[in-house]
Design a protein around this ligand. Structure first.
Ligand code: ADP
Ligand code: MG
Length: 386
């Protein structure tokens, strides 16, 4: 593994490529969703945290309207574009994300000049850790300062959502960028997706003798896939039949009646969302009180609900969760949109090696591609580094 470039190294690299020092260096993290899956677009609750894996950008304003983009990964070379004529659907690879942010700012009425930009990132991509939002949040933090756009957190959340939805074409909500922009060390972000109100909740796994392992199954997930769209459609149907604005408005006590009104599949989808919202609230209460070690059963219940009711797990995720639990994790669940990506396992530090080995053995035994397992900790949100 190549180590990420720190701010100085990135600035030096920038200078050697573009011939002059950057105006500054900004970073923004990926995120893990601790609990609250597919609740965001139902106007419900989520509890993500920013992780200690980040995207970093060195950026300089240009006097003209040319945009020049380079990353430290791959060997794509320099990508150029004109700030005055960005068009959806034309950008390729990772450049969609910075260009999408420039485009979204313009759509929101903030002129953006030409730029030179160098990106480095150690957020695993396509693993459900939101490597895309890490890039977008680093870029919007940079551009907010460099163009004196005066955006607050809320504006930046909406602008990056617009970049993802309308420029990149991914139907994502507000969770990922909220965590990336607002996260803090040792804390998770309790976010109400209805009104965007939020509160930091203590989640210092380390102090509790725990480590949060991410198990990347290497099964690629895709938001564009029909599974995500059909789950959203089921939720909309459920809300319509039950006569509520969003499933957020359905409580645990309403489920019995709902079972008589909905077809069995729609009912299971609804039950996942309703119980998941409740689990988020319970986890928040536990983190405020008993601490991280107490949330294990709720992580397990969340996984079972996604596997059986929402049906967005896959054999690799189920195996990762099962093997981690059997080897001593206090709780485990798939995280992210589903159909692949990563699982998380909250694990006593003393059992970490055991859990890693058990998951690796289970994957080898099943003939699956070897998973990648790494620990993450709740870390700071987006910031300027230099
Ligand atoms: P996620 O956000 O869950 O990681 P996405 O599909 O939304 O998955 O975004 C992944 C995309 O982001 C990749 O396809 C690539 O274009 C870009 N990307 C992010 N980080 C990197 C990186 N380190 N190297 C190359 N591409 C990256
Ligand atoms: Mg993404």
């Amino acid at each position: 593994m190549t180590l990420p470039l720190d701010a100085r190294q990135l600035a030096d690299r920038f200078a050697s490529v573009f011939g002059t020092a950057p105006d500054g260096v900004w970073q923004a993290p990926g995120r893990v969703n601790l609990i609250g899956e597919h609740t965001d677009y139902n106007e419900g609750f989520v509890l993500p945290f920013a992780i200690d894996r980040t995207a970093r950008v060195a950026v300089r304003r240009r006097p003209d309207s040319e945009i020049r983009l380079l990353s430290t990964f791959g060997n794509q070379g320099l990508t150029t574009a004109d700030a005055g004529s960005l068009e959806r659907g034309t950008a390729k690879g990772w450049t969609k994300y910075p260009l999408g942010v420039v485009w979204a700012l313009q759509q929101h009425g903030h002129p953006v000049p030409g730029l030179d930009l160098l990106l480095d990132s150690d957020v695993p991509r396509g693993a459900g850790l939101s490597s895309s939002h890490a890039i977008e949040c680093a870029v919007i933090s940079a551009l907010n300062e460099l163009t004196a756009a005066g955006l607050d957190d809320r504006d930046m959340v909406l602008a990056t959502q617009r970049a993802e939805n309308d420029f990149v074409g991914a139907p994502t909500g507000i969770m990922d960028q909220s965590a990336s922009l607002r996260g803090a060390a040792g804390q998770a972000l309790f976010l109400d997706c209805r009104d965007q109100s939020f509160r930091l909740v203590p989640f210092d796994a380390e102090a509790a003798g725990l480590v949060l392992l991410v198990i990347d199954t290497k099964v690629s997930h895709s938001h564009a896939g029909g599974g995500y769209a059909s789950r959203r459609a089921s939720c909309e149907l459920g809300a319509e039949v039950l006569g509520v604005k969003a499933l957020r408005d359905v409580g645990l006590n309403d489920l019995e009646e709902a079972s008589g009104l909905l077809d069995p599949e729609t009912f299971r989808r609804v039950r996942h969302v309703v119980t998941e919202n409740d689990r988020v609230l319970q986890v928040v209460e536990l983190l405020d009180g008993a601490g991280p070690a107490a949330i294990g059963p709720l992580l397990d219940a969340s996984h079972a609900s996604m596997r059986d009711d929402f049906e967005i797990s896959c054999p690799e995720l189920d195996l990762a969760v099962g093997a981690a639990r059997a080897a001593g994790a206090v709780g485990a669940r798939m995280t992210g949109g589903g159909f692949g990506g990563s699982a998380i396992a909250l694990t006593p530090v003393a059992a970490e090696q055991q859990v890693r080995a058990a998951v690796e053995r289970a994957f080898a035994g099943a003939g699956y591609v070897a998973p990648e397992i790494f620990s993450v900790r709740p870390a700071a949100g987006a910031m300027r580094l230099a």
